[in-house]
Write a protein that binds this ligand. Structure first.
Ligand code: SF4
Ligand code: SF4
Length: 262
């Protein structure tokens, strides 16, 4: 009965990222940039104005040898649901340029509506949004290799991870063409998920019991970033190391972990 109810829920795409598997290789970052035509500069050393929809952070436990430990944390947009689709960035945008999809749970950016006020960047607690300070310039010949399914962005607007939404659209188009109403788990996967050589990223419909993420998100080692803010993100992380879970959750010392909203 419960399973049947869950199957009738709308889709809610999300990820479970196993931090004990991630080696920090950065393949997800590179795959994301190539898939989504993310612009880059000759010198990317100034991270304040670089654009990286998927960014891998390095965390340390601040202990000395032999107790020193590190963890790599890949951070895409968390596709926050907030309460009933009120993700922080969607709520503040005066141009309805960022949108919460009730069909998929994906937070999208509609580039042609954005006028660059950057309210959304101020509202996002995960620093997952990026402003285009320049028009994209591709090395000679590279413009021929851009992904034709993703529009490049112009100077003056904000962009962010879309969960490779164009892949969802293609998969749904194909299913409809073949007379199917819906798609299977493997038909829609993000570029970062497919590129990860360690298999650290699992992507799917959090509401669908047939998808791996549905069970993984309930694992006792699963947590979300800044749970206490109530942003209700769709990215779950997993680690069996307590210091990692605490660092990600960002609890105050005496604070109890916030209750999970599945
Ligand atoms: S992580 Fe930031 S950009 Fe992504 S949905 Fe949440 S508030 Fe919006
Ligand atoms: S920068 Fe663009 S998307 Fe962000 S709040 Fe302003 S208009 Fe909306």
């Amino acid at each position: 009965m419960k399973k049947a109810q869950e199957q009738n829920k709308p889709k809610k795409y999300g990820m479970v990222i196993d931090l004990d598997k991630c080696t920090g290789c950065g393949a997800c970052m590179v795959a994301c940039m190539a898939e989504n035509n993310v612009p880059f500069k000759k010198d990317e050393s100034n991270k304040k104005d670089s654009i990286t929809w998927m960014r891998v952070y390095k965390l340390t436990n601040d202990e000395k040898y032999p107790d020193a430990d590190i963890c790599y944390l890949p951070r895409p947009c968390q596709h926050c649901e907030g309460q009933h689709g009120h993700s922080p960035c969607v709520s503040v945008c005066p141009a309805t340029a960022t949108d919460y999809s009730e069909e998929t749970g994906i937070v999208s950016q509609i580039y042609t509506r954005c006028f660059g006020c950057r309210y959304c960047m101020a509202a996002c607690p995960y620093h997952a949004r990026y402003f285009n300070w320049w028009d994209p310039v591709w090395p000679e010949g590279m413009e021929k290799m851009l992904n034709p399914d993703v529009s490049p962005r112009m100077r003056g607007i904000v962009e962010k991870c879309s969960f490779c939404f164009h892949r969802y659209q293609s998969a749904m188009d194909k299913a409809h063409y073949e007379g199917r109403r819906d798609i299977e788990e493997g038909e829609y996967q993000t570029a970062c998920t497919q590129a990860c050589p360690a298999g650290a990223i699992t992507f799917g419909d959090l509401n669908n019991p047939a998808h791996k993420v549905h069970e993984l998100k309930k694992h006792p080692d699963a947590f979300r970033l800044l749970e206490r803010l109530g942003t209700n993100p769709k990215i779950y992380y997993m680690s069996n190391r307590e210091w990692v879970r605490k660092a990600g959750d960002n609890h105050l010392m005496a604070e109890k972990p916030a209750k999970k909203q599945h």
